[in-house]
Design a protein around this ligand. Structure first.
Ligand SMILES: [Zn+2]
Length: 74
């Protein structure tokens, strides 16, 4: 992830860091609702990362769940 591409919610940013460390591909691709997405290359699964989640804690938890599920794919 390039510098300056941080997510504005620090809970979400921390979860993105954990996903990246686990070998998942964090992609910044901003459009109206999304900040970007996380991709698990081996199984082609992805999860959307919203810009302004209703609850940053919930989104961070969803990201962590995705990360755990796909940690062993790579
Ligand atoms: Zn996977």
């Amino acid at each position: 992830m390039a510098p300056g591409d941080k997510h504005q919610k620090k809970d979400v940013e921390a979860a993105l860091k954990r996903a990246e460390k686990a070998g998942l591909k964090v992609t910044r691709k901003q459009n109206r609702h999304n900040w970007g997405f996380i991709l698990c290359c081996p199984c082609d699964a992805d999860i959307a990362v919203y810009c302004t989640p209703r609850s940053a804690g919930d989104l961070a938890r969803d990201i962590d769940r995705f990360t755990r599920r796909h940690t062993n794919c790579a």
